[in-house]
Ligand binder design. Structure first.
Ligand SMILES: [Zn+2]
Ligand SMILES: [Zn+2]
Length: 159
């Protein structure tokens, strides 16, 4: 979903609730759907930093409340990707799209993946136990192989 589409959804939702689409709410939504940050799984802190870079008058509470609105109208999903990361992170919703996550325990790097075989197996498991899946979350924890992972000794110290 593009930020223009997201803004339409938000505007319709706010109108139903008798609320105004303020310039700050628009900006926060645009930043959240900005293709540059879209896969970052930002926390409210992260978004606050990005938003402040564009408008120094936006307050933290406004970012926090706008993210709550985006969740309410189905544009954002909160994610608790723990176990070492205690922050709530947000992900833009794209209807009809699903992915799971790999999380590095050292640097917090998050990778998204889709695997049809895993999805199908989950259906099998649910069926075997008499469950109809409504949603699921799979997070795989481990150590990433990025060269700038915090776990890695610096290249200078260990050539
Ligand atoms: Zn994701
Ligand atoms: Zn890492």
């Amino acid at each position: 979903m593009t930020s223009t589409e997201a803004l339409d959804v938000l505007e319709a939702y706010l109108q139903r609730k008798g609320l105004k689409t303020t310039a700050q709410r628009r900006l926060i939504t645009e930043v959240f759907f900005d293709p540059r940050f879209k896969k970052d799984h930002p926390s409210v802190d992260d978004l606050f930093r990005h938003v402040r870079a564009q408008d120094a008058n936006v307050g933290y509470a406004t970012v926090y409340r706008t993210m709550k609105l985006l969740v309410e109208c189905g544009l954002a999903s909160p994610r608790q990707l723990g176990p070492t990361d205690k922050e709530t992170r947000y992900e833009p919703e794209s209807p009809g799209e699903h992915h799971d996550h790999l999380v590095c325990l050292d640097c917090g790097h998050i990778v998204e993946f889709e695997n049809e075989a895993i999805e199908a197996l989950q259906e099998d498991v649910a069926r075997a136990y008499g469950f109809a899946i409504k949603e699921h979350r799979m997070v795989i924890y481990g150590h990433c192989t990025r060269t700038d992972c915090e776990r890695r000794p610096s290249a200078g110290a260990h050539p």
